[in-house]
Write a protein that binds this ligand. Sequence first.
Ligand code: KIV
Ligand code: ZN
Length: 398
Amino acid sequence: MTRIDPDRAALQAEPDRVLIFDTTLRDGEQSPGATMTNAEKLEIAQMLDDMGVDIIEAGFPIASEGDFEAVKAIARASRNATICGLARANLADIDRCWEAVKHAESPRIHTFIGTSPLHRAIPDLTQDEMAERIHETVTHARNLCDNVQWSPMDATRTEWDYLRRVVEIAIRAGATTINIPDTVGYTAPVESADLIRRLIAEVEDADKVIFSTHCHNDLGMATANSLAAVAGGARQIECTVNGLGERAGNTALEEVVMALKVRNDIMPWRTHVDSRKIMNISRRVATVSGFSVQYNKAIVGKNAFAHESGIHQDGMLKNAETFEIMRPEDVGLTATNIVLGKHSGRAALRSKLKDLGYELAGNQLNDMFVRFKALADRKKEVFDDDLIALMRESEIEG
Ligand code: KIV
Ligand code: ZN
């Protein structure tokens, strides 16, 4: 009898569950300049494991001795997540990958080949030759490991008939997850949902596997495409912390996790990720990869929970839901950041001064407001120390 891999068992137990497959350490690290040391990779893997990520793609074991050792160390150390390694469609890659991931309690081999006309031209294989290669390599992987993921790279630019054919071959050869990569970020939400829906409807034995989505962000649609794929029936999202990844990056883990949490009313699927750990891992990945997070990045950007304008600050001070759809605590922040600058109003100034121990009203507040605005015109942001200095000045002169 065939054993059901633990990831599939998890989905069977909770039909509304979506598995989160993090590839920060593989696709994320492929971002030019984002190389991490093995110690850093192990640290990030432990954070991912601890926050409830279901599958961690720890690296590409045949790429280098260092990558092999990193995947092996992560496989040994992880307690909860399935540990996956990447392998091209050849036996040597797959064997090397298995040597690294087999140390995990729950290992997975992920093997792939480019199936679109442009990608088929690179190894110069005919459709039939490639189909034979897929059969041979997936069968080999499955003989080593119960949990095998197969990806037709550039699936979204592969002819439908050929895509269906090779997916069926991979399923017959024993793949347990079929991942559909939008390798160059070319698809759009409507198409992304339709493709998964059609695969599930038309591929033979589609119900025997998990369908997964892997999107790149070249047109800024990776998160939308991933969520659309879930609406179409995908039950695994591949993503990276901070959206790290080649070119414009991959789907951002924090975005899909928070979108499914905040809009569960219209997207009724759940992840097991503890969103309160998002900010910590975002900062750590930014530090070790050397890729800082843009200020206005959704969820984890410095300004994602910051307010400077008077109208927004006044609304926020009365009721945080006026201008925030998520609670800062839910992503691991302690509080909303009320930034004092030239757009800020009296309510925010009074509240900030109160936090600093000054209860002002009437003329005193008016006087401070004039001083504050004059300073804010000269300075982008007015900090606590600036306000304390202004208070002293006002007390001496007033
Ligand atoms: O983008 C891609 O196609 C990939 C595959 C290896 C899954 O990263
Ligand atoms: Zn990719």
